[in-house]
Design a protein around this ligand. Sequence first.
Ligand code: HEM
Ligand SMILES: *[C@@H]1O[C@H](CO)[C@@H](O)[C@H](O)[C@H]1NC(C)=O
Ligand SMILES: *[C@@H]1O[C@H](CO)[C@@H](O)[C@H](O)[C@H]1NC(C)=O
Length: 496
Amino acid sequence: MPGTTETVGAIIVVALLTILVQWRFSPLYSIPTIGPSFPLLSYIGAYRYYKNAREVLQEGYTKYKIFKVAMLDQWIVIVSGADMNEELRKIPDSHATFHKAAEDLISIRYTLAESIVDRPIHVPVIRGPLTKNLAVLFDDVVDEINSAFADTIGSKLHGDEWTEVNVLMTMAVVISRASNRVFVGLPLCRNDDYLRIVRQFTFDVAKARVLLSWFPKLLKPVVGTLIPWARRATRNASVYLRPIIEDRQRKLRETGGQWSDKPNDLLMWVMDEASRQGEPTEVITDAVMVSNFAAIHTSSNSITQALYHLAASSEYAEMLREEVENVVMEHGWSKVAMGKMWKLDSFLRESQRVNGITHISVMRKTLQDTTLSDGTFIPAGTLVAGASTATHHDARNYENPDVFDPFRFADMRTEEGEAIKHQFVSTSPEYVPFGHGKHACPGRFFAVNELKVMMAYIVLHYDVKFEGEKGKPENWSRWHLVLPANTNVLFRKRQV
Ligand code: HEM
Ligand SMILES: *[C@@H]1O[C@H](CO)[C@@H](O)[C@H](O)[C@H]1NC(C)=O
Ligand SMILES: *[C@@H]1O[C@H](CO)[C@@H](O)[C@H](O)[C@H]1NC(C)=O
């Protein structure tokens, strides 16, 4: 009879052997790893990826066409180069899905809302009516941005004094108002309590996502269910949304579909989509919440980065002002006019290239075994993504890639046949801040319009600079998420 010690010893040996065999015969074994791939040691690699994803990804990008990096609970296979981004986006939906990748990486079931996983009714609404109505709703967005800036920054400025403004928070306030003008309309888009709830929600999603990334797959459902933020925020926002939804449902019934002044906003389009698909009210409120999440943190981060570039080099403001004033003089404030502001568009596009909101994009999860063009075998159930930051800083794609050259895209557009390709909303294998292909961000037309109106407003009304003539601060990054530093910028009323 073997003793307890022998039994325990034998179990440990068997367990370790199992791990080793699984590791050695894993279909991912032959894909090179950045950092150690040996069982348990891979956690060291994961920690490095957590702290220094850009460096880790750059190392892989330089050495390999295809490599893998460790997160705590899974590997991500990364492909290098514009050609591979193109190959990735072409993998058919039968073989790879964007949604399952998002579900894994953002744990949307716990960080956002349960219903979003199977019933993402906001996606067709954002891709369809939201984008189609941009010109119709343009004046509303401009009106909301004007009044939101006047209430936040404008009210603090006096005479020719410089005043400190926390950019990230202020931009989130302006963006939450401008977006909700189109999402839910007046007067709710100016309700401070509602706006605070949806903003807090978007920041809590980011927090919950990083927290959950520390737990293995098996524990995620347990920990995920315990995180109360998303449910609480949705419940709090429902206090405002539900009466509006019920009121509208009643009007729809009463008018029998002939409601003459039916609202034209995202909530209404989501309600229409929900009734087409027979979904309940919860799915409608979830869709409004997830739209807020998708819109607020991405857009606030992006405009903040651009504003830091503006504050770091005052000569750009002059050039942007000139363009905005000339275009507005000729075309007035309209969606068409925004399309003529090439320098402004280029400035924002360049900031997005240099900074971005993520080091990886065009993310997919394989549904079936897939073999890439170079023969690499990717088993079903693997996360695959492109190295966006490395792509954007690759000298094969951009001249002087590490230099912020605000008007590079405007210059490129002046060449024959190049006017469309290099505008901010266009994605390409070399330009993937919005992803690329079929699942590229459907909200980018809305976002770009909003950011351009905001930037135009800022250069027309304010002078901005950093205290003590400092340069743009370094970004903050955890895993592949990229955020601007959270710092203050000096604002004053425009002097000339
Ligand atoms: C500057 C602002 C924004 C940036 C940088 C951004 C970026 C992205 C990226 C990188 C993706 C994933 C694409 C991929 O990896 O292949 C994405 C997806 C998405 N974005 Fe955006 N986004 C922005 C604004 C918005 C706005 C304003 C909305 C909504 C109004 C929105 C709605 C969505 C949705 C719904 C998806 C998922 C698409 C799907 O499920 O197929 N985004 N976005
Ligand atoms: C929701 O409302 C409760 C009670 O009023 C409050 O304690 C909580 O902080 C709110 N949560 C969010 C996310 O707004
Ligand atoms: C972050 O910020 C710095 C300086 O502000 C910039 O040069 C760098 O390339 C940025 N990009 C990323 C993706 O971290």
